[in-house]
Design a protein around this ligand. Sequence first.
Ligand SMILES: [Zn+2]
Ligand SMILES: [Zn+2]
Length: 394
Amino acid sequence: MADFSQDLKARATTEIEKYSQDFKKISEEIWNNPELNYDEHKAHALLANFLEGKGFHVERSYLGIQTAFKATFGDNTGPNVCVICEYDALPDIGHACGHNLISEAGIAAALGIKAALETHGAPKGLLTVMGTPAEEGGGGKIKLIDKGAFENIDVAMMVHPSPGNIVRCKTLALVSLEVKFHGKAAHAAAFPWEGINALDAAVMTYNNISVLRQQMKPTWRVHGIISNGGAKPNIIPELTKMEYYLRAPTRNEVKDLYGKVMACYEAAAKATGCTFEMTETVFYEDVVSNPTLSDLYKTNSTHLGVVYEDLPEVPLGSTDMGNVSYVVPSIHPVYKIGDGSQVNHTREFTAVSNTPEAHQNTLTVAKAMSMTVVDVLTNPAVLEQIKKEFATAV
Ligand SMILES: [Zn+2]
Ligand SMILES: [Zn+2]
């Protein structure tokens, strides 16, 4: 089987080379037309049309989510492997997270895997390309998970551009909270004792959390704003609104932090006589990288010339791919574009997300993904091991 799997990997990588200009063109088009959370109509159409044209069965606006899609190819009696595309951009600064390249890697890997599956004598398998909108704060993958999109999938993978190459990157679990304090309006000079001050509750919350910071772990992050501080100085504020992000290395640690922050709200409400309502807008899990899938990907990408340096383990923000990694064995390796000095969410990163080098590196990691899928499909013991690890890891 070892030699045959080498043949299949060669088929996959040759196919990716063959269409490299098409992938680059699509990526450039997405880069040139940055679209925000759930508004990625052009990218959605572009990717869905391309995959359909290449023989995939495509479901547009998948599960009722306008800019999500699912494209499948193969035979569902074999393992179902999923490659994920992201394509949303950021306000004002365009593709500063390089999601155009994530799409490029996804469709390139998909065509490579398809070529492997079509090879005479290849093992059976189903390839799913999942188009996931709104990674930047909208939680597109969470909606897809809730609607059952990942239920029959055996492994999931994606790659993400970054200043460096890391297979098992650390991300932070994130919960985003919106809190409203309700008080009672009154004339602030004539009858202030009639009022209940909702701004005091917000300010006390802010201060309570600032005091809490001293006892927080160094890896925890809490950051927030007062998005509504009242209407006018001569009215005791009857309504205030705060938005907070809570982050920690794992979902359990975020839950600990959540409890402590909650006490800050409660204390402020009690002290001021306000009531409050809290809405959890999004909960991104940390990414749990599957060890076997990670090792296979590392071997394949190293073979293709990707160099892994000993980078410090700094968490790289948060992603809804974390949520996927809790329901399906997953990997989310990051790969280098630029010279390492450009970091995500800057205008400099936008610029390096559409350079010939970035496209080249993207095709390399796409090949590594397709080779990793070949490893999974050709060796049933590998998938068994991946599933065993998943059962104990999450
Ligand atoms: Zn981002
Ligand atoms: Zn991103």
